[in-house]
Design a binder for this molecule. Structure first.
Ligand code: HEC
Length: 157
């Protein structure tokens, strides 16, 4: 019995060591700051802070890479979130998106925030500053409504 537990312990230990050698991506692709979502939409400072804290680690090219993002298996989960997040929506690439799509993307962003689907709960658990308090939520939704109205007006021209 005791031998069995010891064997299990070493097996888990060796697997944990071995997976540290599996490479994971920690890249922040270079991008033109002028294409950034917050810059292009001239977001007020308090809005910039909320969106950067709540969304930019997964949805931009300016991801922060804390020490635990280098420790497997957490690193696998984080790398997956960043890859999928950027694939769905990359705020650093806003200027490259088709302006005809802006209104639809903005509405999707608003919906994700309202339904509390974004930021991902597991992320908020580790990042208190990303928490969508009711105050932050009101600020961000009001601002989104403003730029949705603007982008719809522009598209009608
Ligand atoms: C921890 C990483 C992470 C954070 C933080 C995060 N997202 Fe996401 N986001 C994802 C991932 C992964 C997906 C794709 C899978 C999914 O839809 O759950 C996604 C998908 C999305 C989508 C597309 C949804 C769809 O169904 O097409 C939108 C819009 C979005 N996120 C907006 C936001 C906004 C706005 C914030 C900040 C308030 C945010 N996200 C914060 C990881 C994140």
């Amino acid at each position: 019995m005791k031998k069995g537990i010891l064997f299990l312990f070493w097996t888990v230990f060796i697997i944990l060591i071995a997976i540290q050698f599996v490479p994971t991506k920690h890249e922040n692709p270079a991008s033109d700051a002028n294409l950034d979502f917050l810059v292009q939409n001239q977001a007020p400072i308090e809005i910039q802070e909320i969106v950067r804290n709540a969304c930019y680690d997964c949805h931009s090219n300016t991801t922060a890479h804390p020490w635990y993002s280098y420790v497997a298996p957490i690193s696998f989960v984080i790398a997956e979130h960043v890859e999928e997040g950027r694939g769905n929506l990359n705020f650093s690439e806003w200027g490259h998106y088709n302006p005809e799509d802006y209104s639809a993307i903005l509405k999707q962003i608003k919906k994700e925030i309202q339904q509390e689907a974004m930021p991902l709960p597991s992320y908020v658990w580790m990042h208190k500053e990303a928490k969508m308090t009711s105050e932050r939520k009101i600020l961000i939704i009001n601002w989104l409504d403003q730029i949705i109205a603007q982008s719809s007006a522009t598209n009608e021209n």
